[in-house]
Design a protein around this ligand. Structure first.
Ligand code: GTP
Length: 322
């Protein structure tokens, strides 16, 4: 018999591309099996009517199973700890390549992976390959403004995700919490699209309560109404108020989506004025690479630069101010 939790675990298992994800799924699977064993064991005990028989063949088998599962779980937890430490290092590395992170979330089957591939294209640059080895669910994307962002694919959400699974997949959800922009991908052609939207917002909302999302919600979210082709094109998608309609399949609307991401990032940026010594070409180049230079006056003593920067980049720049 396969119940809902088992089914959800299978779905997560198929999508677990990272080593951490695979370990998490196996661990969740084992603890789920263990709870079912406990249940059938109690059931057997009840059948025996409490006659105090010990060491019956059924019981021995169950105890052996439980011990094996327990041992495997201990080993998995140790591996997971190791992977997490490595992952922490990788995350640190990613922060040093400070591009805004755009995370895709959405109900299962909404078209996240299709959109991820459509936006980033098939070919990988050398830099992308680095990210791909760190984490295959991340890829670089160049926006119309020339700005680089990192696009991050996540697991699909399922209605009423059991609490213990939310905990088990915390790392995946943390990925979302750390994102600068969240793309909420919806299947606009699905008859339950409104209910699916509410489910996803409920899961994300629960994270807000747990303080994981900090201030990122909801100003940093863009709703993407996908599968517009099934409704006769983006112009025919209902309820586009503030949302962007696209078809990941045909590519319609993808340029508008990239512009919307650009706009949202720019809206979160701060304008700063700096004076840079003419000899300090490296710092000037850094500003051009990470921000949008909107004004510049070259003087003898200093170059005055007016620049639009992400708050995080601004802090980073000012920290190393000389
Ligand atoms: P999970 O992995 O379950 O979270 O799904 P996902 O959100 O990554 O969806 P995925 O990209 O795998 O797409 C699900 C199905 O929808 C696939 O059969 C896609 O071919 C289809 N699909 C995705 N985008 C579009 C679209 O724009 N139009 C149409 N007609 N089908 C689409």
């Amino acid at each position: 018999m396969i119940d809902r939790t088992g089914l959800i675990l299978d779905i997560f298992g198929e999508r677990a591309v990272t080593r951490e994800g695979a370990l998490q799924v196996e661990l969740a699977h084992l603890s789920y099996q263990q709870s079912r064993l406990v249940r059938s064991w109690t059931h057997l005990e009840r059948q025996r009517g409490g006659f105090g028989f010990l060491g019956g063949p059924g019981e021995t088998q169950i105890e052996a199973d439980r011990r094996l599962i327990g041992e495997r779980m201990v080993r998995l937890k140790r591996d997971l700890e190791q992977v997490r430490r490595t992952r922490g290092l990788h995350r640190g590395a990613r922060r040093r390549v400070p591009f805004p992170v755009v995370a895709l979330v959405g109900y299962t089957n909404a078209g996240k992976s299709t959109l991820f591939n459509a936006l980033t294209g098939a070919e990988l640059t050398a830099r992308d390959q680095l990210f791909a080895t760190l984490d295959p669910t991340m890829r670089g994307l160049r926006l119309p403004s020339g700005r680089h962002v990192i696009l991050s694919d996540t697991v699909g959400f399922i209605s009423e995700l059991p609490t213990e699974l939310v905990a088990a997949f915390r790392a995946t959800l943390e990925e979302v919490a750390e994102a600068d922009i969240i793309l909420h991908v919806r299947d606009a052609a699905h008859p339950d699209t409104a209910a699916q939207r509410a489910d996803v917002i409920a899961v994300l909302g629960r994270m807000v309560e747990e303080d994981a999302l900090e201030s990122n919600w909801p100003e940093h979210t863009i709703e993407v109404l996908n599968k517009a082709d099934l409704l006769g094109g983006v112009a025919h998608v209902p309820g586009r108020n503030g949302a962007v309609a696209v078809s990941a399949m045909t590519g319609e609307g993808l340029d508008a989506l990239k512009e919307a991401i650009d706009g949202r990032i720019a809206a979160g940026m701060e304008i700063a004025d700096y004076e840079i010594a003419p000899a300090d070409g490296a710092r000037l180049a850094w500003l051009y690479r990470h921000g949008e230079v909107i004004g510049r006056q070259d003087g003898e003593e200093a170059i005055h630069v007016k620049v639009r920067l992400l708050p995080a980049d601004r802090a980073r720049f000012e920290q190393v101010r000389t």
